[in-house]
Design a binder for this molecule. Structure first.
Ligand code: PLP
Length: 435
């Protein structure tokens, strides 16, 4: 049996950094990434046979818990009939109808394979629809790694402390205006100055890639209002929050709580594929019909709408009933409370932010003590304290995101036993963070 360290060494000799997505390499927290052999419910087992309680949940998709028997059975059944056809299947339509039933504004839906593709296509679409080039994104929001969206991005880009990426032509990011998140006045100003050149705004439904930073009340609705006033479009990126922060995503959660607004386009990923490579964009029919083959905006994919991915997504959404979301909300309240109690007891200054059931913590005293509402504030957190906390949790058998700029995820499988493991690991980790 190879150890994690041996596997990491071997991987590094053939894969850059030993990983296929940067944050997995533990660059900011140090140490050896766990090489995972299998997963079930809320648990992961690494190559050494050690079990971990998982709060990464494959960065979001695992809503029902790892390897849910009904999802696995559906995928196995589909696999027995072929892995990919490069032709339409009825399951794609069924999944599109399921998505539309939850988010009626997604009148038409196109499936792609990654969130990056979904947002990249959505940007092309709003440019095609308006004939304008400029787009607006917000600092600390992450929308995948397409060239134009890698400006002041969150997630792995934030973890690595990079302003952007080498290899992206300056001309490409020059078409991306980056504004502070949660700053309605900055948005008004940008549109007042260049409104007739701006195709639209892309925003995470709730920011969750600089840690969880929910929109201030009225912020998302203000984006809608301002874009509409200037003939620009609004893309709400629900790749991370969609079908997780409620049956209709964080947008649905906001509607329920009285903040009503109608974006032109939605992007989905993660949960919509149930752990398989699947993502989507959806929106008003007249905008979506601008996509090829009905319209002039080109988009395609050999594996788009893959039969294994669409059935995994469909089965996952069918399992994700209102009861599941109620349980997730209740558990999230409970887990956040336990975390806060232990941090307080250890005397660690902290803020815990949440966007419905999604949460993360920011350690450190200033200015996070007054809340974290944007990327500038998120960056003031004490990353070293997080590193100490992370490793103490890992040693106690709890797998957290190896970065203080990521959300923590629960699933329907995170039961009382899982909470017990979490609670028992916390005191030591909080003491480590206090040092
Ligand atoms: N948009 C958001 C909000 C995300 O959180 C992510 C990934 O974390 C993406 C887009 C990109 O998705 P993918 O990693 O599937 O390309």
């Amino acid at each position: 049996m190879s150890s994690n360290a041996e596997l990491f060494d071997e991987a590094r000799s053939v894969i850059p950094g030993g990983v296929d997505s940067p944050v997995r390499a533990y660059g900011s927290v140090g140490g050896v990434p766990r090489f995972i052999q299998r997963a079930s419910g809320p648990w992961l087992w690494d190559a050494e046979g050690t079990r971990y309680l998982d709060l990464v949940c494959t960065w979001g998709p695992s809503l029902m818990g790892h390897a849910h028997p009904q999802v696995i059975a559906a995928v196995q059944d589909a696999a027995s009939r072929g892995l990919s056809f490069g032709a339409p299947t009825a399951t794609e339509t069924e999944l599109a109808e399921e998505v539309r039933s939850r988010v009626p504004l997604a009148q038409k839906i196109r499936f792609v394979s990654t969130g990056t593709e979904a947002t990249m296509t959505a940007i092309r679409l709003i440019r095609g629809a308006t004939g304008r080039d400029l787009i607006i994104k917000f600092a600390g929001n992450y929308h995948g790694h397409s060239d134009g969206l890698l400006a002041e991005a969150g997630s792995g880009v934030a973890t690595a402390g990079m302003p952007g990426s080498a290899g992206v032509p300056a001309g490409v990011t020059a078409s991306t205006l980056v504004l502070p998140y949660n700053d309605e006045a900055a948005l008004e100003e940008a549109f007042a100055a260049r409104g007739d050149q701006i195709a639209g705004v892309i925003v995470e439904a709730s920011a969750a890639n600089m840690g969880v930073v929910p929109p201030r009340p009225g912020f998302n609705a203000a984006i809608r209002r301002i874009t509409a006033e200037h003939g620009a479009l609004m893309i709400i990126d629900e790749v991370l929050t969609g079908f997780r922060c409620g049956p209709s995503g964080f947008w649905g959660f906001q509607q329920q709580n009285g903040e009503r607004f109608e974006p032109d386009l939605f992007t989905f990923g993660k949960v919509v594929g149930g752990g398989m490579p699947l993502a989507a964009l959806g929106g008003r029919a007249e905008v979506m019909d601008l996509l090829a083959p009905t319209g002039p905006v080109y988009q395609a994919g050999t594996l788009s709408g893959n039969p294994l991915a669409t059935i995994a997504g469909l089965r996952t959404l069918q399992l994700a009933t209102d009861d599941v979301y109620q349980r997730l909300d209740d558990r999230s309240d409970q887990w956040r409370q336990v975390l806060a109690e232990q941090l307080e007891r250890a005397g660690v200054p902290f803020v815990i932010n949440n966007a419905s059931n999604l949460f993360s913590m920011f350690l450190g005293s200033t200015p996070a003590r007054d809340g974290v509402a944007d990327y500038r504030q998120a960056k003031t957190q004490n990353a070293e304290a997080y590193t100490a906390f992370f490793h103490a949790m890992l040693d106690a058998g709890v797998n957290l995101p190896p970065s203080c700029f990521e959300a923590w995820f629960l699933s329907d499988a995170h039961d009382d036993q899982a909470l017990e493991v979490f609670s028992e690991a916390l005191p030591g980790a909080c003491r480590a963070a206090a040092k």
